[in-house]
Design a protein around this ligand. Structure first.
Ligand SMILES: *[C@@H]1O[C@H](CO)[C@@H](O)[C@H](O)[C@H]1NC(C)=O
Ligand SMILES: *[C@@H]1O[C@H](CO)[C@@H](O)[C@H](O)[C@H]1NC(C)=O
Ligand SMILES: *[C@@H]1O[C@H](CO)[C@@H](O)[C@H](O)[C@H]1NC(C)=O
Ligand SMILES: *[C@@H]1O[C@H](CO)[C@@H](O)[C@H](O)[C@H]1NC(C)=O
Ligand SMILES: *[C@@H]1O[C@H](CO)[C@@H](O)[C@H](O)[C@H]1NC(C)=O
Ligand SMILES: *[C@@H]1O[C@H](CO)[C@@H](O)[C@H](O)[C@H]1NC(C)=O
Length: 403
């Protein structure tokens, strides 16, 4: 019934449990994770002076040299890649604006109601749904998609997307959301919290990546990170709570004389052949009128802004907590790489994805991340039976050897 391989595996598991639970720096409660998506942080913004919140994250945790977005370096495609580990063609969120001819539906960004139609999201399963399916309660704040029943499930708590421009106190509300997550962590109720933060992207668009307003927005976010780390220490949760800060893409200053070439779409496409044109800027989707497909199809202009060419599209990743090493900087990551370490520190099985485990395996600390796995193992009904059986067999073998 039991092969030698299974026996050795269980022996290893037992040793791991003993090792992990003798490590005093690790909480015995299941570790929890806060994932913050701060939109539009270019990888080199954090070279600004005095960003002590990020500095403290780096000293006590890990960071990537930079993170390479998927193409196109826009919000929705990269948001869904962060939480699924999949490229756009696999998760289905290929742009901020889309048209689905099968459903005859336009995807327009939240708060537009079309963004909440489940068929846009059902191409993949975001990590908050995977976590809920593993029995982990999840609270999501302003991260678009949390309001959608994806593959039949919703997170325990969701506060839907809120536009930055009509929001009175985004910084105060973000801090309060983080504290609310900590309250639920302390009660050992929720195990995962996700927070979306838009200010840096909004200022980068409105005033430019080099503007004073953008610099100040990074400083404000850095203060939130300081407050969060102070609060975690005040509540003595530093060995129980992971903080992960990621972003979706960078930003480039528009300068027609230097780095930008304007293309007037009307010079290449006859507007009479176009049924719908979605988006503008770096990429545009054109839906040709019936029978005009061949005429229009060559005009998908993807000039510049391809993240593989334009380094200004690169972004950041910082993390600290029991699941991560301290003071460690990795090489570059791909946006598809976040998903695997998120699942690892949450202790859940990742879905098939496009991430490379080798890119992130050195982030994780041996003890903290293993705890999540072992606790989820011990919560697994099939193993609940196997562990005692293995221990009994193990004793029989030891007794047998003694004779
Ligand atoms: C950083 O802090 C120092 C000391 O408080 C101050 O002199 C300097 O102007 C600050 N730099 C920036 C960019 O805020
Ligand atoms: C999506 O939005 C567009 C534009 O507002 C609208 O015409 C269309 O009917 C919407 N799709 C559905 C399925 O409601
Ligand atoms: C264990 O699994 C059950 C459902 O199978 C779930 O309700 C519970 O929250 C899980 N506990 C932990 C700590 O994972
Ligand atoms: C962090 O690592 C760097 C280089 O790897 C080292 O110079 C520095 O002393 C370390 N800092 C701490 C606080 O351990
Ligand atoms: C990405 O992962 C999915 C799921 O495993 C797979 O179907 C797809 O082929 C992968 N894409 C690439 C480019 O490897
Ligand atoms: C429980 O363990 C089985 C066998 O190892 C595995 O296939 C399954 O994914 C696990 N379930 C959970 C919820 O971890």
């Amino acid at each position: 019934m039991f092969s030698l391989k299974l026996f050795l595996k269980l022996l290893l598991l037992t040793t791991n449990i003993l090792l992990v639970f003798s490590d005093k720096s690790v909480s015995r409660r299941r570790p929890k994770t806060i994932l913050i998506l701060a939109d539009g942080i270019r990888y080199d913004y954090l070279n600004d002076a005095n960003l002590t919140g990020f500095g403290r994250m780096a000293q006590n945790g890990v960071r990537a040299k930079y993170v390479q977005p998927i193409f196109p370096a826009n919000s929705y495609p990269n948001w869904y890649t962060i939480v699924t580990g999949l490229y756009g063609e696999s998760h289905g969120m290929v742009q901020n604006y889309m048209y689905d001819p099968k459903e005859k539906d336009l995807f327009l960004m939240s708060p537009h109601p079309n963004a909440s139609h489940p068929h846009w999201w059902n191409g993949a399963e975001p990590v908050w749904i995977n976590a809920e399916k593993h029995g982990l309660k999840t609270g999501v704040y302003w991260w678009d998609g949390c309001q959608v029943k994806i593959r039949g499930k919703e997170p325990t708590h969701c506060l839907g997307y809120q536009s930055y421009w009509t929001w009175a106190n985004p910084n105060e509300d973000t801090t309060n959301a983080l504290f609310e997550i900590l309250d639920n962590f302390e009660a050992d109720d929720w195990h995962f919290g996700l927070v979306y933060y838009e200010a840096i992207d909004a200022m980068g668009h409105a005033f430019g990546s080099e503007s004073k307003e953008r610099v100040e927005a990074v400083q404000e976010f850095d203060k939130i990170l300081t407050t969060l780390q102070d609060e975690i220490e005040k509540r003595n949760l530093q060995n129980e709570v992971n903080i992960v800060v990621v972003s979706d893409h960078g930003m480039i200053e528009i300068d027609e004389n230097k780095n930008t070439r304007m293309i007037n779409i009307e010079t290449i496409v006859n507007v009479d052949d176009v049924e719908v044109m979605l988006d503008r800027g770096t990429t545009a989707f054109i839906i040709p009128k019936a029978n005009k497909e061949a005429k229009v199809s060559f005009t998908h202009g993807h000039h510049g802004y391809d993240p593989y060419d334009v380094k200004e599209m690169r972004t950041i990743m910082y993390a600290r907590g029991p699941g991560f090493k301290k003071n460690y900087t990795s090489g570059p990551l791909m946006m598809t790489d976040h998903y695997n370490y998120l699942c690892y520190i949450l202790g859940i099985d990742p879905k098939p994805n496009n991430g490379t485990w080798n890119n992130v395996k050195d982030f994780t600390s041996d003890s903290g991340a293993k705890v999540a796995h072992l606790i989820s193992f011990s919560n697994n009904s099939s193993l609940r039976l196997e562990i005692p059986i293995a221990l009994i067999l193990f004793s029989i073998v030891i007794l047998g050897l003694k004779r």
